[in-house]
Design a protein around this ligand. Structure first.
Ligand code: GDP
Length: 177
């Protein structure tokens, strides 16, 4: 039985690996502030109350070539569109929208796979109002989370499971014989 796949995309350093580790509740990816670090593993099965999905950090594939980040995010998105039931588009709530964030948004616009915008590094409630800026990306209100401080983990898990729920194997329509 295959699990729904949830793919994490976003520019380097927004916290994609950290988010994978948070949701998987174990250290799966190497977290490093330097672009260019190869990752050991990039996917993990996550579960909440006996409901499961497979989470993939698409940014962990290959080496992030800092001279060609656009190509790097393009690769992530091609991969995500290929197999994911849901894409988590991660941004850094403490930063302005960057040209690379805009590039990711442009590539995700118009695809059929649902996209959930996630504002990571919301370490305190006091900065959550900054999430409003990211509505300009065109994917609605971002969901605030802090991978470092494990803020809103359960709520994000619930949201992911709700959004992929329709595609869960036990809810899929019977195949036409
Ligand atoms: P990736 O390149 O998008 O996979 O980002 P990483 O997960 O490697 O994280 C990049 C940097 O951001 C690291 O220094 C992390 O410790 C830091 N980071 C990740 N999540 C958070 C967070 O929720 N809050 C803060 N303050 N820093 C974070």
């Amino acid at each position: 039985m295959s699990l729904p796949v949830v793919a994490i995309v976003g520019r380097p350093n927004v916290g994609k690996s950290s988010l994978l580790n948070l949701l998987a509740r174990r250290r799966i990816s190497i977290v490093d502030p330097t672009p260019g670090v190869t990752r050991d593993r990039v996917s993990a099965v996550c579960d909440l109350d006996d409901r499961y999905f497979e989470l993939i950090d698409t940014g962990g594939y290959g080496i992030e070539d800092s001279d060609n980040l656009t190509e790097h995010v393009e690769q992530q998105i091609r991969f995500a569109i290929g197999g994911a039931a849901l894409i988590l588009f991660v941004v850094d709530i403490r930063a302005e929208i960057t040209p690379l964030d805009l590039e990711v948004a442009r590539m995700l616009r118009g695809i059929e796979t649902p996209v959930q915008l996630v504002a990571n590094k919301a370490d305190t409630e006091a900065i959550e109002h900054l999430a409003g800026h990211f509505i300009a990306l065109g994917f609605g209100d971002p969901f605030c989370v802090s991978a470092l401080h494990a803020r809103h983990r359960r709520e994000l898990m619930e949201l992911i499971l709700e959004r992929v729920g329709d595609l869960a194997p036990d809810k899929a329509p019977d195949p036409v014989m």
